[in-house]
Write a protein that binds this ligand. Structure first.
Ligand SMILES: C[S@@+](CC[C@H](N)C(=O)[O-])C[C@H]1O[C@@H](n2cnc3c(N)ncnc32)[C@H](O)[C@@H]1O
Length: 397
């Protein structure tokens, strides 16, 4: 299947035969509906009931499309959070409320009472019991990524010059990390392999009866431990075959590299909304869209939900951030996710920066779907990739 872009109203689109055959098959949906703010350029201004009615109908479609293991992430701000949760509970039921993330918005200073500097991403599951456990590679976690990468690189460089100096440096770096963050998990990562990679030598004993273990295939003969058993022969053999065994005093340990360390996800995320604007700027598309979400935020959501090579649906696609997130993850994580985007052919307001940008690029009456396709094509071109999506235009009359 190619990636798919539908141009038209999302409710009408999600009722077409194409989506009918996708019922209960979609693992991951991300949406960023127009917020119902008074300064919104969208058509919902101060029509709260209409906003709720519209979202309700679309969430019902999303519920039907989701697979049993699937979940939906919804970006929302303070104005509509309570409404959204109410509608979500109604459709998904309270038991399937997974939780919400808080992300940061640009600092505003004109509030009379509370300066709201955050937004939310709410998550509901089709069936929370079947939803895979969420976790994230620490290197993908915005709060940890930079300091951990710095430690990894420093040790690799130092190791090439002097292994002993690398060990001294590792100890110092770990102490500093623990002091700065209070996180002690990193203390486990106290070993360095011959390539200068930091790793945790994970114990291979298990709760259970002490007994000896002989693995003839690799000439490994382990005496019984005092109070615990050994991991199974199969597990140790497979670790050996994957080059993941190391030995200390004749005792085997499993090698877990720091660059692979994972963590469960916490509710407060270090993503700033304006990062989305920078993502467009980097591609020479400054001002193409007012409120693009950060590509890294969507990558984080896709990654933490642990769905492998699946279909990612975004039915309020805007500038197509989700498409870029999918391309980048596929490249970085060797995945084969596909995206389906839906975006209505909403006219871009003449007062908007995007209007002029699109005009310069040769669009006479520019619409948001055109801006989205321009963004996707620009991304593909910069990265020397071929166009790999089909576009379907729906007649919504
Ligand atoms: C907040 S923006 C999404 C921004 C997007 N997440 C991004 O990063 O660029 C919401 C988008 O939904 C579109 N939209 C609003 N109503 C729609 C509908 N009924 N069907 C399809 N798209 C719609 C709007 O045109 C707008 O582009």
């Amino acid at each position: 299947m190619n990636n798919k872009i539908f141009i038209g109203d999302n409710l009408t689109t999600m009722k077409t035969p194409y989506f009918n055959q996708l019922k209960s098959k979609i693992d991951f949906i991300y949406i960023d509906p127009p917020y119902n703010t008074t300064n919104s350029k969208f058509s919902y201004n101060d029509k709260n009931d209409k906003w709720s009615d519209d979202i309700y109908e679309r969430l019902k479609c999303a519920y039907e499309l989701l697979s049993d293991e699937g979940c939906i992430f919804i970006s929302i701000d303070d104005n509509e959070l309570s409404n959204l949760l109410y509608l979500g509970y109604k459709i998904f039921k309270k038991d399937n409320y997974v939780g919400l993330f808080i992300t940061k918005q640009a600092q505003r200073s004109n509030a009379k009472h509370i300066n709201t500097i955050h937004e939310y991403v709410v998550c509901f599951a089709k069936n929370k019991k079947k939803l895979p456990k969420f976790y994230i590679n620490r290197l993908e976690n915005p709060t940890e990524s930079e300091p951990i990468k710095a430690i990894i690189n420093k040790i690799k460089r130092t190791y090439k010059i002097s292994p002993q100096a690398a060990y001294d440096e590792l100890k110092k770096s770990i102490d500093k990390y623990v002091k700065d963050t209070g996180a002690t998990w990193i203390r486990n990562y106290s070993n360095i392999d011959e390539n200068g990679e930091i790793f945790f030598a994970k114990d291979l004993s298990t709760p259970g009866k002490p007994s000896r273990l002989d693995i003839e295939e690799i000439n490994l003969h382990l005496e019984p431990l005092k109070t615990r058993g050994w991991s199974s022969k199969e597990k140790i053999l497979s670790l050996y075959n994957e080059n993941r065994l190391c030995f200390k005093n004749g005792r085997p340990y499993c090698i877990e590299y720091l660059y692979e360390a994972t963590d469960n996800v916490s509710s407060i995320l270090d993503f700033y909304s304006r990062q989305g604007t920078n993502d467009l700027k980097k591609m020479g598309l400054d001002g193409l869209f007012d409120t693009p979400k950060p590509v890294e935020l969507i990558k984080f959501l896709i990654r933490c939900s642990q769905h492998k090579s699946t279909t990612i649906l975004d039915f309020y696609a805007g500038s197509g951030t989700t498409a870029q997130a999918v391309y980048e993850i596929n490249e970085e994580d060797k995945m084969e996710h596909k995206y389906i985007l839906i975006q209505i052919d909403e006219k871009i307001n003449e007062k908007n920066d995007a209007y002029n940008l699109m005009k310069e690029r040769g669009y006479n009456n520019p619409t948001v779907d055109q801006a989205m396709i321009l963004r996707i094509n620009t991304f593909l071109e910069i990265n020397n990739k071929k166009i790999d999506y089909d576009v379907e235009v729906l007649n919504n009359e």
